[in-house]
Design a protein around this ligand. Structure first.
Ligand code: 6GU
Length: 298
């Protein structure tokens, strides 16, 4: 797997040379290249951001700098997106006030492009993007949640390019432009809280993805049984090791009995009870056919 990461703090990713991901790189399973976005600026200040159009606090990352960088990494030539199609698509979703006031009038010609102004999950079907082409990923707190399912799917790709936004975000035309070029562009949040930039989020996603690569982990089975794997994810049952009694606390007796059927039953009941207590949302998503008759009602 080839991974490119673009950031204004590329040194942040030096840690990727350590631990398991470092080993995976040595083994040739993964190649990680980091890039400094400022290398694609032309001004003396190497500026990558500007004030938001329409007003408001903070700064927004400029589309020109990002595009010069991403064009280089993806081997694309700059093009002008058909303004008429684009604006027709914007108008059909958001009304005429939303259309840019630069001459082209929206008509009824069939929109080629989605406005992509909202994060419909169907945007992530990647439309006409080449099925196994590169995937361009932007961490974004206002995007759909990154899940184990996304990690599994992305682990099957040959090339991932991550673009870390900083400050108040990046110009919304950047992902739209690359979708219009047929690139599979994703935007993901890693949770409902705010971070200063995309670097931490990219590390999280990278770790979730790369540990699924064949040969990455010593013990492939430990992946299969984990929480959040499969379509019917439950939290994992509790784990115990020896001694059987420690500071007055004993491990559940059934685990010591050697009856694998009973152990499996006990663990599944524990997983179901734990999940309904801590993550009722996961129980609601559960496919009822995945529950067997002996599953305890909790
Ligand atoms: Cl992907 N980025 C930032 N800046 N904050 C986040 C996030 C991403 N996911 C959750 N919070």
């Amino acid at each position: 797997m080839d991974i490119d990461i673009v950031s204004v703090f590329p040194e942040y990713f030096d840690v990727l040379n350590l631990s398991l991901l470092g080993k995976a790189q040595q083994k040739g399973l993964v190649t990680v290249r980091t890039h400094n976005l400022r290398d694609w600026t032309h001004d003396v200040h190497h500026s990558v951001d500007d004030t938001p159009v329409g007003g408001g606090a903070g700064m927004v990352m400029k589309p020109e700098v990002w595009a010069e960088c991403l064009d280089d990494l993806l081997g694309l030539d700059p093009v002008t997106v058909d303004a008429l199609d684009f604006q027709t698509a914007v108008a059909s979703r958001f009304g005429n006030d939303a259309v840019a006031n630069d001459g082209a009038s929206a008509d009824e010609s069939s929109p080629q492009l989605d406005a992509e102004g909202e994060y419909a999950l169907s945007d992530y079907d990647a439309g006409d993007a080449e099925p196994l082409g590169p995937v361009l990923i932007f961490p974004n707190p206002s995007a759909p949640m990154f899940t184990q399912k996304d990690a599994t799917e992305l682990a099957g790709r040959q090339r991932l390019v991550f673009g870390c936004g900083r400050y108040e975000g990046y110009d919304a035309r950047i992902p739209r432009y690359y979708r219009a070029q047929g690139i599979d562009v994703r935007e993901y949040s890693i949770g409902d809280y705010v971070l200063n930039g995309g670097e931490v989020a990219v590390s999280v996603m990278l770790e979730a993805i790369t540990r699924l690569l064949p040969g990455f982990m010593g013990n492939a089975e430990s992946i299969v049984e984990e929480s959040y794997t499969g379509d019917n994810a439950l939290l994992e049952h509790y784990q115990y090791t020896k001694p059987a009694t420690w500071r007055g606390l004993s491990v559940p007796k059934v685990l010591l009995g050697g009856d694998h059927g009973k152990v499996d039953r006990f663990r599944r009941d524990e997983a179901l009870a734990k999940t309904s207590r801590l993550r009722p949302d996961l129980i609601e998503k559960l496919d009822c056919h995945a529950l067997d008759k002996k599953d305890r009602k909790t």
